[in-house]
Write a protein that binds this ligand. Structure first.
Ligand code: ADP
Length: 525
């Protein structure tokens, strides 16, 4: 018994020491793991910081480029070719800016700090702008670029405009990039308007589809193209891209509650598409968006603005945006000079760069706020910094607002009018929209089709066509009406809303409604 007891005791001891040892080992493992995590975190932070700094450096010269294109575009003496040239410089500059932001996005996605910001915008203008950018690239390459609107589109939608643009431009630029012969087709419409759509009912989802007749992607590579820094094509093409686009785009589309779909045949081409549930927003009226109207001045007495920036081109951009509108502008090259000039000049508003030598914008703002006579002066921080932190800190030291660089004129004016309570004077003629000449117009008296939310007037085909359609409607030949409507669409894209409505009525066997619908156009002849 005593022996057994001794044995047990020994076994117990050895077990205890083993447990102790293992505990020590585990503790060491935890410490090691923590240390490794800290190292990785520090490396990640360093990378994010590097990317943010780099983006600051790259954005600064862009402020000069984009600022001046905005200013020059307003010159009334410009010839049409000059205007076109300026527009191209501006668009390319904007594109460059987008690329810089891409790199930043990736670091945000990796840090899981990506969010969507919804706003209301005009879908048609939005798409046309994208098409214009991509068409230039396709033309430069000598390939065709076709834009097809397959169904009536909602006028105003709510989405993250910037992110949606980013995704579409990514898909379209890829298509152009990887196509040498043939062309790229960009189709937009409700899902049920696509040829291959298996849907029998109308869908509320909008599809954005990019088709190309390019090099295609092999089955095995299809899985890889969405991974960051993955480029599966030959060397020559790899030089052109970052390999980041699709990775970011897919993450963004997933945030929007959908995914990027792809079908591809090597040597034949690819189709990328995205289906999105985009909320349509009611348009209160047809007021042109403020940025489309040209501001020429403001009501009331002269206002004074102090522009603070260490870079001459940045000061010039702001001065040249503001002076023609009747502002009195004074410039300062750093925080210290800003302080001095603020006292001397008593501006109504100060546009304050944040990063400057001698005295930075934070310190200058802090000191200005300490001076009783300047406490109420509006200060708007302007910065190319990508750190959200800077935005917050600028508020903490007493800035009213924050404007990211490159400065967008419309945004600058919006902030000034908000803080200085300005009422703009617009150039009269620009209030009219320069829509193309349209054939027969009819105000939307007819009930809109289920997904025909477009409030613009329907464009009807010529009188003979109306007569033929009415004839078919009288005979109740719905099948023939649907076929004729389909043909009309291909003849003239402007007829798409008319044809779609007709087709939908035919699909629903609404013979009487079809007759009434067509008769309206007959009467308006
Ligand atoms: P990048 O275009 O900068 O290389 P992306 O992430 O946008 O990066 O695309 C990743 C890869 O997917 C491309 O390098 C290319 O190999 C492939 N790819 C994308 N779109 C197409 C396309 N339309 N046709 C052929 N290959 C494509």
């Amino acid at each position: 018994n005593a022996r057994l007891y001794q044995d047990l005791e020994a076994a117990n001891k050895s077990l205890e020491s083993k447990v102790e040892q293992r505990t020590l080992e585990l503790q060491q493992e935890i410490i090691d793991r923590k240390r490794a995590e800290q190292v990785a975190e520090a490396a990640n932070r360093a990378k994010s910081e590097f990317l943010a700094n780099m983006s600051h450096e790259l954005r600064t010269p862009l402020n000069g480029i984009l600022g001046y294109t905005q200013i020059l575009k307003k010159d009334r003496a410009l010839t049409d070719p000059q205007k076109n040239g300026l527009n191209t410089i501006h668009r390319c500059g904007e594109h460059l800016l987008m690329l810089i932001n891409d790199v930043l996005d990736l670091s945000k996605i990796e840090a899981r700090r990506m969010e969507l910001y919804l706003n209301d915008f005009q879908l048609r203008d939005f798409l046309e702008e994208i098409v214009a950018i991509c068409r230039i690239r396709a033309e430069q390459k000598g390939i065709l670029f076709t834009y097809k609107v397959l169904s009536p589109l909602p006028k105003l939608i709510r989405a993250d405009e910037k992110r949606l643009r980013q995704v579409l431009i990514n898909l379209l630029s890829n298509a152009v990039k990887f196509t040498e012969n043939g062309g790229v087709t960009f189709k937009v419409g409700y899902v049920d308007h696509f040829e291959d759509s298996a849907l029998t009912q109308t869908s509320s989802k909008l599809r954005f589809q990019v088709e190309d007749t390019g090099i295609g992607i092999t089955q095995e590579h299809l899985q890889e193209i969405f991974l960051p820094f993955r480029q599966v094509s030959d060397r020559h093409r790899q030089i052109e891209g970052t390999g980041l686009g699709l990775g970011i785009s897919r993450q963004l589309v997933q945030l929007m509650g959908s995914d990027i779909n792809v079908q591809s045949t090597p040597g034949k081409g690819s189709i990328f598409w995205v289906d999105l549930d985009l909320a349509e927003v009611d348009c209160p009226s047809d007021i042109p968006s403020p940025d489309r109207r040209c501001v020429r001045g403001y009501q009331g007495g002269k206002r004074k603005i102090l522009v603070v920036d260490d870079r001459e081109e940045n000061r010039l951009v702001l001065t040249n945006m503001l002076q023609p509108l009747g502002f009195e502008v004074v410039e300062a090259i750093d925080g210290r000079e800003a302080l001095h000039k603020a006292h001397q000049f008593r501006p109504d508003a100060i546009l304050m760069d944040l990063v400057m030598p001698v005295m930075d914008g934070f310190e200058a703002t802090r000191q200005i706020r300490m001076s009783p006579s300047l406490q109420q002066t509006v200060i708007i921080a302007t910065s190319a910094s990508a750190f959200d932190m800077d935005r917050q800190q600028s508020r903490n030291v007493g800035c009213h607002d924050f404007l990211p660089k490159p400065i967008h004129e419309a945004e600058l004016l919006e902030r000034l009018s908000l803080h200085l309570k300005l009422e703009w004077i617009y150039e009269e003629s620009s209030a009219e929209r320069k829509d193309s000449v349209q054939p027969t117009l009819l105000a939307g008296q007819s009930p809109p089709a289920p997904n025909t939310q477009d409030a613009s007037p329907l464009i009807a085909p010529p009188a003979e066509e109306i007569a033929a359609l009415l004839n078919l409607a009288m005979m109740g030949d719905l099948q023939a009406i649907a076929e004729r409507a389909a043909k009309l669409e291909t003849l003239d894209p402007q007829l798409i809303p008319f044809a779609t409505h007709l087709r939908q009525l035919a699909k629903g066997f609404k013979a009487r409604q079809i007759r009434e619908f067509i008769k309206q156009f007959q009467m308006s002849e």
